[in-house]
Write a protein that binds this ligand. Structure first.
Ligand SMILES: [Ca+2]
Ligand SMILES: [Ca+2]
Ligand SMILES: [Ca+2]
Length: 230
């Protein structure tokens, strides 16, 4: 009995020892799991940070690429615009020097055209040829305003204009192919008085406005050329 009594604390002690060992083992396992969790968390944090850096670098690179593309597009667009403006400027400069040259060659400006009146006379077809050689054509009179201007320009002379019915008798056409709508025929004109009168002069009749007449195309008159500059 004594032995039992003496062994009891030992057993108790052993049990306590076992419990303590078991507790210590459990704590150790917990610490292991905790360490593993901390390690995993650490690795995850490192991975997250690495991913963040990689993403930022990728986005920065993408932004730079877009920016570069946009800059390239803007540059190309600006270059095209500059080339276009240079072409326009060259065109206007050529036009200006042509106008200055023309101004010195007895042309008169009115609205959007310039006009030339010859000194000597020629038949209608030769008159037209002369105008064409000057980069123009015989005048087309499309308004009362233009008729009044031509009235002053011709200074009392009778002059060929670019109107004819040589293609079809009675169908009057301007040299630019347009049909006759605004008319300033003189009294009793057109009348084919000479039998075949297919070309038109201005300033034949005394009326200051309505003074056109048809004449044989082989008659001689001074002529008026018109050149549109726009
Ligand atoms: Ca005209
Ligand atoms: Ca005729
Ligand atoms: Ca006539």
């Amino acid at each position: 009995m004594e032995m039992d009594i003496q062994n009891e604390p030992l057993q108790y002690q052993n049990t306590e020892k076992v419990d303590k060992t078991s507790q210590s083992c459990g704590e150790s396992q917990h610490r292991g799991v905790f360490r593993l969790a901390v390690l995993c968390l650490g690795v995850m944090c490192i991975l997250q940070a690495a991913l963040n850096i990689a993403l930022r670098l990728y986005l920065a690179d993408l932004e730079q690429t877009i920016c570069n593309n946009q800059t390239k597009e803007s540059y190309t667009s600006l270059t095209t615009e500059r080339d276009q403006l240079q072409k326009e400027r060259d065109k206007l400069q050529r036009k200006l020097s042509e106008l200055e040259k023309t101004k010195q060659q007895d042309w008169t400006f009115f609205n959007t055209s310039m006009y030339f009146i010859s000194i000597g006379g020629k038949i209608w077809s030769k008159s037209r040829q002369d105008c064409r050689e000057r980069g123009a054509d015989l005048v087309t009179i499309n308004s009362r305003e233009e008729q009044d201007f031509i009235e002053k320009l011709r200074q009392g002379q009778t002059a060929w204009i670019g109107l004819t019915d040589s293609e079809k008798e009675g169908t009057w056409k301007w040299v630019d192919g347009s049909a006759l709508t605004t008319k300033f025929w003189g009294h009793d004109e057109p009348n084919s008085a000479a039998g075949d009168e297919d070309c038109v002069v201005t300033g034949y009749k005394p009326n200051p406005v309505n003074n056109w007449a048809d004449f044989p195309c082989n008659d001689w008159f001074v002529w008026i050329c018109e050149k549109r500059y726009f």
